[in-house]
Structure formats: structure tokens, C-alpha cells
Design a protein around this ligand. Sequence first.
Ligand SMILES: [Zn+2]
Ligand SMILES: [Zn+2]
Length: 151
Amino acid sequence: MKSIKLDHCWVCETRFTDANPPGTANREEHHIVPRQAGGSNGPTVSLCDKHHTILHKIAATLNSKKPKPYGHLIADLDPGRQKKVLYLAGVAANAFAQTKDDPNKRRVVVLTMDRETEDLLNRLKACYPKVRSREALVKLALQSLVNRHYQ
Ligand SMILES: [Zn+2]
Ligand SMILES: [Zn+2]
């Protein structure tokens, strides 16, 4: 991975105040692997302060035991830009997860779900009222598929 140094935010493309001609966004260089997770000398990407803050909020909730919904934080972005924020958040969350001494280390995989997939999950949920989380439901569905193929 190489550093991505830009005169605008990589996500929203708003020009920075130090660009020529100057824009309105405050420049921040985000460490793609965060410094606290060992990325001090690693690549950076130019972001506006707003999207830098949002990506770290999402990364934090992805790693927390009780993830909070974060869709509203990026609801004003088009899908392509949402993907960029979620990509950076996923990389940061995984870096944090791998450097933590947690016996229940989890890989964070950010899935964007279309309406149809969400409906499928919700229908499945109705059949398994005891399954609490979406993660558990996806695991159950995968297990049943695997069982079918590897008897
Ligand atoms: Zn931005
Ligand atoms: Zn950052």
C-alpha cells in the first residue's frame, strides 16, 4: 500500500484549505493502519476532518462487543463514497483487533447488504427466534450450507 497524498479528501473530494485554489475542507492524513496499531511508518491517505472522524467512529464500533448502528453517519454519501469510508474503517478495525490481546479475536468483514439479502435474513430470523444476532444467523446459514456440501 502506498500513501495517497491529495489536494482533496479521498472520500468526498472536497478541496483542502491548503490546496491551490483553496477549498473549504481541513486536511488530515489518516494512517491506513492506525499508529496505535503499529502503523506509524505506514501509508497515509488524505481525508477531510469530517470523514476522518467518521471512519474512526465506525472502526471503533466494528470492534466493540455491542456494535452500534453507523449507517446514519454515512447516509449523506453515495454508495461509492460509503464504500471508501467502510473500507478504511474495516482496515483500521482489523488492525486494532489483531493487536489486541483478546482471546475472542474476530475478523471484521464489512458487508454491504442489498434490500433483498436483508429480507432473506429477516425471513430466516422468523424461523429461528432464539438466534439473537445477525452474525449468529449468518453463521447458522453458512453452517447448514457447509453441512450439505461436506457430509
Ligand atoms: Zn471528506
Ligand atoms: Zn486516522
